[in-house]
Ligand binder design. Structure first.
Ligand code: PLP
Length: 369
């Protein structure tokens, strides 16, 4: 594969354009563009059915949904979270005037390590904000036990976890709230978009008020809400995407299986294992480049770039290394040895439904050559 035909880490899934036209015609006919129109209502119900949850509120994007989720539960003070995520996770805390407290991750899942959480709890701690990184489920039972013992709320950043299920059902059914992202790079996209999954109708109602400026009726505003609403165009597109999503997940699965088979037994190269009991979504393909591999992660990243392959260092730098966080005591790399090592070793390889077998082979070849 030459640098003239680059392979990016992902490529958004887009259904055939002509399939979208009837949806647009409907919007043009009824002139409802936003504010909980018919497509918005249909998509909320369709996603509840598909994901196996009961209460879901659509949002304009995942970040506004995270900010709103923290508002909805009136979180204050300190929140325990992971440094190994996309920066929006911790930014949602700063936007709420909350103090992030970073806790190290588990070396196997790269998710928040429950055994390290309790040492970080202080009288100011009110919540835990874990992330299902790459769609790999957190140890939700352990997190729930800690939260119950200390009276803490749990909000899952489930931006990567669309469609992920465990034996007991959707991972989104855990915690006090779960937040999804439907950004272009995600396995299910609405161009931009997101959602909050609530455990009951009352919580969903509160979330719905907050995402609409705090309005409860034409003249009554009960909270300083935000504009977090998803438009009808995005919602219509989501309905169409949903028809294609199983096929898209199946195509991702094949690529995942090929990579695992081709890299098996390669010294120093670890493919992140996903929870065997879970139904995963193949949203990312992270490898960890260890000391036994002939070159380090930076050199491999550079080498792939030379082949026109745009692998990405998700997640490097750690959130705790960005300027607005690194002064926090919990951001000290000595507090985060596992996350610091993972950030130095990880590389996400290209994976997306339209990726051809030849493209997958060229990535494998470039990694192993
Ligand atoms: C872990 C995580 N949290 C939050 C977000 C923010 O979502 P959005 O881009 O929809 O605002 C993203 C990705 O974009 C993410 O990867």
């Amino acid at each position: 594969m030459s640098a003239n035909h680059p392979i990016y880490v992902t490529q958004p899934y887009l259904p055939p354009l002509q399939e979208f036209i009837p949806y647009l015609e409907e919007i043009w006919a009824n002139k409802t563009l936003t504010n909980g129109g018919p497509f918005h209502q249909q998509l909320e119900q369709a996603l509840c059915d598909y994901l196996g949850v009961r209460h879901l509120s659509l949002f304009t994007n995942g970040t506004v949904a995270l900010v709103t989720a923290l508002q909805a539960l009136r979180i204050a003070g300190e929140v325990i979270t992971t440094p190994y995520s996309f920066v929006a996770t911790a930014h949602s805390l700063l936007w709420n005037g909350l103090k992030p407290v970073f806790v190290d991750i588990d070396p196997h899942t790269l998710n928040l390590d429950p055994s390290k959480i309790e040492a970080a709890i202080t009288p100011q701690t009110t919540a835990i904000l874990p992330v299902h990184v790459y769609g790999n489920p957190c140890d939700m039972q352990a997190i729930q036990e800690i939260a119950a013992r200390h009276g803490l709320k749990v909000i899952y950043d489930a931006a990567h976890a669309f469609g992920v299920r465990e034996a007991a059902g959707s991972v989104l059914a855990h915690g006090d709230l779960s937040v999804l992202s439907f950004h272009a790079t995600k396995v299910f996209n609405t161009f931009e978009g997101g959602a909050i999954v609530s455990p009951d109708a009352k919580t969903k109602e509160r979330v719905d008020h907050l995402k609409n400026f705090g309005f409860v009726d034409e003249v009554t505003v009960i909270e300083p809400g935000i504009n977090g609403k998803m438009s009808e165009v995005n919602a219509a597109f989501g309905l169409l995407q949903l028809k294609h999503v199983d096929k898209a997940l199946q195509l991702r699965k094949q690529i995942d299986e090929t990579y695992r088979a081709r890299f098996a037994g390669t010294a120093g190269l670890r493919c992140l294992a996903f929870d065997a009991a879970a139904q995963t979504n193949y949203s990312y393909f992270p490898i960890l480049v260890g000391p036994e591999f002939p070159i380090d992660r930076e050199a491999l990243h550079h080498k792939l770039r030379g082949h026109g392959i745009h692998a990405r260092r998700y997640f490097f730098p750690l959130i705790s290394d960005f300027p607005m966080y690194r002064g926090l005591p919990s951001a000290n790399p000595e507090n985060l040895p596992v996350a610091s090592r993972a950030a130095q070793q990880v590389l996400c390889l290209p994976i997306y439904p339209a990726m051809t077998a030849e493209q997958v082979e060229s990535v494998v070849h470039a990694v192993l050559a």
